[in-house]
Design a protein around this ligand. Structure first.
Ligand code: AMP
Ligand code: GLY
Length: 280
């Protein structure tokens, strides 16, 4: 069996190492660490032949690589462009989630600074402002400083801080509690939950820095029982059903980012791939 792993990060190194136990792995493009355990190539994934393609990062998924490979008749682990929008557009994701009745923070999406700032003032601190589009985990500001929140809205909507990814912002009610990452492996309608991980995103000690893609994670998480929390029933199953109702056959990982609030688990975000560092 031959498997192509698409990507060049530590997540893809972890995937390549695991897949290499049972198949020949080619990483496209890979990195020097992966080159020590598998073949690497600079060729485009579309030019390669393999029994299975595993797409690691969100950018090629949001760009439709899974669809292009499937159109060539290839077996692919990773959602197509329609499903990848769950991560590619936070505004769309929140609409899907709200309609599916999945517990999450109150929100509104805005493209005009005055409207965004007016909505901000209907919420209590902390204020949460997110780019609609992809920003490598750095597009979220959580702050108790209203002036900083206003500035962030201006910088995002003008395109100054995140280019086109910030031309729409999602403003959310602030939630509090420990976070939990749950990864569900999905085949379109069914899913299997992997053990939960706890991921830490803020730079610097004591959560004093800005958000990053991830500073570190551990798994398993003591005291967490995914069945008892009904994570599959309350988050994964309704999401897959909502996608299927829109004709979206979601295959790959659905990453459920949760906050364990005093009122129970609530969704922070969906990602459409293995988390990194969770995957490691
Ligand atoms: P996201 O990219 O949406 O996962 O957000 C990145 C990080 O920002 C999360 O892991 C949380 O630590 C924080 N965050 C996001 N949304 C909220 C919220 N509504 N309330 C409090 N913190 C949040
Ligand atoms: N560790 C968080 C993420 O992969 O988005």
């Amino acid at each position: 069996m031959k498997t192509v792993v698409v990507g060049s990060g530590a997540r893809e190194h972890a995937l390549a190492e695991a897949l290499a136990r049972t198949s020949d792995v080619i990483a496209a493009p890979g990195n020097p660490g992966i080159a020590a355990i598998a073949e690497t190539t600079e060729l485009e994934p579309e030019k390669l032949d393999a029994d299975l393609f595993v797409i690691g990062p969100e950018a090629p998924l949001v760009d439709g690589l899974a669809d292009r490979l499937r159109a060539q008749g290839k077996a692919v682990f990773g959602p197509g462009i329609a499903g990848a929008r769950l991560e590619g557009s936070k505004a769309w994701m929140k609409e899907v989630v709200a309609e599916a009745g999945i517990p999450t923070a109150a929100f509104a999406s805005h493209s005009e600074p005055a409207d965004a700032k007016a909505y901000l003032r209907t919420l209590a601190a902390p204020w949460v402002i997110k780019t609609d589009g992809l920003a490598a985990g750095k597009g979220v500001l959580v702050t108790d400083d209203l002036a900083a929140a206003d500035r962030d809205i201006d910088d995002k909507l003008s395109g100054a801080s995140f280019g086109d990814a910030g031309r729409v912002v999602v403003i959310e009610e602030g939630m509090a509690g420990p976070e939990l990452s749950v990864l569900a492996v999905c085949d379109g309608s069914r899913y299997v939950l992997l053990p939960a991980a706890q991921d830490f995103k803020r730079k610097f000690d004591d959560d004093e820095g800005p958000n990053t893609g991830g500073m570190g994670a551990y798994s398993p998480v003591p005291g967490i029982d995914l069945a008892e929390l009904e994570i599959g029933e309350r988050f994964v199953a309704p999401a897959l059903a909502a996608l299927l109702a829109q004709g979206i056959d979601y295959r790959g990982v659905l990453y459920v980012g949760l906050m364990l609030t005093a009122g129970g688990p609530r969704l922070v975000e969906f990602n459409v791939r293995f988390g990194d560092p969770e995957c490691q």
